[in-house]
Design a protein around this ligand. Structure first.
Ligand SMILES: Nc1nc2c(ncn2[C@@H]2O[C@H](COP(=O)(O)OP(=O)(O)OP(=O)(O)O)[C@@H](O)[C@H]2O)c(=O)[nH]1
Length: 485
């Protein structure tokens, strides 16, 4: 996400960081580079211009010149301005109305609207515990209604039964009636897309809105289209009452122009970001965290939240209890690996950690290594996993064969486990797991960590493994060196 913009900006700031003094000329030169970086990222010209003017004004002020760390100060000013540009705070959905609250999804064809409808419905159901129904009002594209029904089944969200021959407004009315009678909290309406913003489409949107009185009307736009996305939002916004924007394909957006210009140009907040094809790949859009990612300062809060969402509480507690006793077998290791994968793998985690963005080692960890580790462990017997010491040379060969790896790989896995186990033992001597978790900031110490499961156990955080914040690259030794076979 935003990789090329991020690289450009870190290039500019690296020159400033660590400098004892900065002249006004130097600050202005750096700001010119920031402007070029923003324009290259496809940020709308007036937005880039105004942003740079504002930042320059603040940065050439006495505050920076007199500051002990002027470079850092400039980065902070840019960070604050970015947060403002992106909308300051996360704009949440407002579904506070008598149920069913209608969420109307609008957007151009291929923007990812249907997928996003299902993602959001799944999230509302699973995270907010809402009873959600989806209905497709797209009668223009053959199979659109069926597509939503399929996604509904995948997401475990109910969809309105399809009745052929109805108009979009008739479907909306039927959906509303049906959701009301069956006690749904939220009704999501997936409307038809078009290739361009045209009057017929706008009339249809307004007719549907009049019939269903949406609490939220969310525009889905593809972030990869940069300024076009912003123009589409302007076009829709002029005709339809939008309450917010969802940017899809942020996972592939190296530039970030759409995200950076959207708020300023359209006045509409970005409420969510689509971050992949899977139905869980949607995140609330937090301006401060996004700014942090752009400036390579990491996004620890999202990381922690992601962990809390993906890691099962019981698993985390079970593991914490065992570790407290100084026990850690291969099943526990497998569990940790699964959790890491569920969080998007090592690469994804590394990107969110402060200071790790640019670290080659972390980014280069072969994701496949995780899969191989899992394969080896599933080739072992339950007895072997509980007591890896009983694995002899002959078994090692069998395990390697069974998992498509090599005996060296199996040896590395066993060594890794041994190291972790001995770390657990040391930990026990040191006064236990809770103490260490607190020390690493696992759970309690981290911002936004309230009510988190004990993260030291949940995340590989409390382990000598991935280390808490500030322990980058702390993967178990040899972890990234498994054969690529
Ligand atoms: N990588 C990535 N792919 C996405 C994201 N959101 C949607 N997609 C993919 O984009 C493609 C198009 O999505 P659809 O939901 O069918 O598009 P649509 O806008 O509903 O299209 P119409 O129904 O024709 O209007 C699908 O293959 C999705 O999986 C995202 O955030 N990231």
């Amino acid at each position: 996400m935003f990789d090329s913009l991020s690289d450009r900006l870190s290039g500019v700031f690296d020159k400033l960081r660590g400098r004892g003094a900065l002249s006004e000329t130097e600050v202005r030169a750096a700001m010119r580079e920031v402007r070029v970086a923003l324009l290259e990222a496809d940020v709308a010209l007036p937005v880039a211009r105004e942003f740079v003017e504002e930042v320059t004004e603040r940065a050439v002020g006495e505050e920076v010149v007199r500051s002990v760390t002027p470079g850092q100060m400039v980065v902070k000013i840019v960070n604050d301005a970015l947060v403002e540009l992106l909308g300051s705070t996360n704009a949440e959905l407002d579904l506070n109305t008598s149920p069913p609250a209608v969420v109307m999804m609008v957007g151009l064809q291929g923007s990812g609207k249907t997928t996003t409808t299902a993602k959001l419905a799944k999230r509302l159901k699973e995270k907010d515990r809402k009873k959600v129904m989806m209905a497709s009002l797209d009668v223009a594209r053959p199979a659109a209604q069926e597509q939503l029904a399929v996604l509904g089944r995948q997401a475990g969200v109910d969809t309105l039964p399809i009745v052929a021959g109805q108009s979009p407004t008739d479907i909306a009315k039927r959906a509303l009636e049906s959701a009301r009678l069956q006690g749904y909290d939220v009704l999501m309406l997936d409307t038809a897309g078009r290739l361009h913003v045209d009057q017929q489409l706008m009339d249809e949107m307004n007719a549907i809105a009049a019939a269903s009185k949406p609490a939220e009307t969310l525009l889905v736009v593809d972030s990869l289209t940069g300024q076009d996305a912003v123009n589409v939002a302007k076009g829709f916004g002029a005709e339809v009452e939008l309450s917010g924007v969802i940017l899809t394909r942020m996972d592939g957006d190296a530039r970030g122009g759409a995200a950076l210009s959207m708020r300023k140009v359209t006045g509409k907040p970005i409420k969510f970001a689509g971050t992949g094809e899977g139905l869980d790949a949607i995140e609330p859009f937090h301006p401060d965290r996004v700014a942090g990612r752009i400036l390579g300062m990491g996004d620890v809060v999202s990381l922690v939240e992601k962990a809390a969402e993906t890691v099962k509480m019981e698993d985390a507690e079970r593991l914490a209890k065992k570790m407290e006793k100084g026990k850690f077998d291969l099943d526990d290791l497998a569990l940790q690996i699964k959790q890491m994968q569920a969080m998007g793998g090592v690469g994804a985690l590394a990107k969110m950690m402060p200071g790790m963005k640019g670290m080659k080692a972390a980014g280069d960890v072969d994701e496949k290594a995780l899969t191989r580790l899992e394969a080896m462990m599933s080739s072992m017997t339950p007895g072997e996993r509980a007591k890896p010491k009983i694995i002899n040379a002959k078994r090692k060969i069998r395990i390697a064969k069974g998992s498509g790896t090599t005996v060296q790989d199996v040896n590395k896995l066993l060594k890794m486990h041994q190291q972790m186990e001995s770390a657990m033992k040391k930990l026990k001597k040191m006064g236990g797991f809770g103490k260490l978790a607190a020390m690493f900031g696992g759970g309690k110490g981290l911002p936004g960590g309230d009510g988190m499961p004990d993260l030291g156990g949940a995340l590989p955080g409390g382990l000598p493994g991935l280390g808490g914040p500030g322990a980058p690259g702390g993967l178990p030794p040899g972890f990234d060196k498994f054969s690529k076979k």
